[in-house]
Design a protein around this ligand. Sequence first.
Ligand SMILES: NC(=O)c1ccc[n+]([C@@H]2O[C@H](COP(=O)([O-])OP(=O)(O)OC[C@H]3O[C@@H](n4cnc5c(N)ncnc54)[C@H](O)[C@@H]3O)[C@@H](O)[C@H]2O)c1
Length: 352
Amino acid sequence: MQKVETTFGPVLIGQEALDGLNDWLKHAEPTLSRVFVLVDENTHEHCLPTFCAALPSLPPVEILEIPSGEESKSLEMVTSLLEALQEHRADRNSLLLSLGGGVVTDLGGLVASLYMRGIRHVVVPTSLLGMVDASIGGKTGVNLAGIKNSIGTFSPAEGVYCYPPFLDTLPEKEVLSGLAEMLKHALLMGESALSSWEALSSTGNEEFALALVESVQCKARFVNRDPSDHLGIRAALNMGHTVGHALESVLLSTGLTHGEAVAAGLWIESLLAEQVAGLPSSTGKRIRSSIDQRYKRLPRVDFDLLWKKMHRDKKNQSEQVTFVLLHALGQVPILYPVGRSLVLDAVEKYGT
Ligand SMILES: NC(=O)c1ccc[n+]([C@@H]2O[C@H](COP(=O)([O-])OP(=O)(O)OC[C@H]3O[C@@H](n4cnc5c(N)ncnc54)[C@H](O)[C@@H]3O)[C@@H](O)[C@H]2O)c1
């Protein structure tokens, strides 16, 4: 089992991660009043039985289930979960265990931070994106009026326990979603991490286990240096996301995952990086070809709409949008303003 220290607490990763959680529960149990497990219907079915069986120290729990999907990240759902906690007489010594992907852990983190000004919270991510991204860094949140994560807190869980066998039941589309964030981390780490990413073939082997740990370490390095996201250091983690978020919002109704949008974003932004940040064209080509080997191109979208979304729908749209662009593998990317015509050109080359 690997332990990655973050400013927000430890992340345990590996086949023994649930043993680690069991040990934690053994020590915490005398101080706990009630224990709640938050799941969605998929993690209820696929992960909860394994989770309960692996935790003999788990006291009797109350299961809170939400519908799966981004729509559950709403203030209405926060209210309904807070009411459920109250109905079940949760108090300040209660523990909420969030067992699920980023939706469950973002929502669970927010609810745990609000109920009675904060109850104990532990995260067990079950999706790949949850393991390498959403569960690391202390951010919680829900969406408001269609704007993602506009309500949230910095509320680190007491521990994060990544048990890779949960990925066995994760749909392929969701594996690809997490792999896109792993690719972003690989680009931040350097050539050998990119080669490892290119060679990943299954979530069940040793190479994948190692890549998972390195990916968590990569995110932890950035959040550790900028825990409250005020210094601009975490901005590096937004590489691929200026275009990615815009595509996600335009193509929302198509069932596109976050990672599919980020992969397309990395593709398009690698072209901008060549033109604006001096990324060698051989590296840019390699990034695009690695993405093409795993991901289908997204459907074409209206560029004016995409450009508007890149301004995050703000009324005052300047002539430029800021991108996080890489100048070499393994180097920290830098923010650059880029004009409309270059972005249009890159988007047209992608074909969307
Ligand atoms: N807090 C952060 O720093 C941060 C960072 C990145 C993303 N996020 C958030 O994370 C969310 C996306 O996370 P996600 O991709 O995990 O989405 P998700 O939670 O919706 O999970 C994706 C799908 O996989 C299912 N699933 C999860 N684990 C499973 C398993 N083991 N077996 C079978 N099915 C399983 C879920 O039910 C869901 O249908 C977004 O809301 C995003 O805003 C947060």
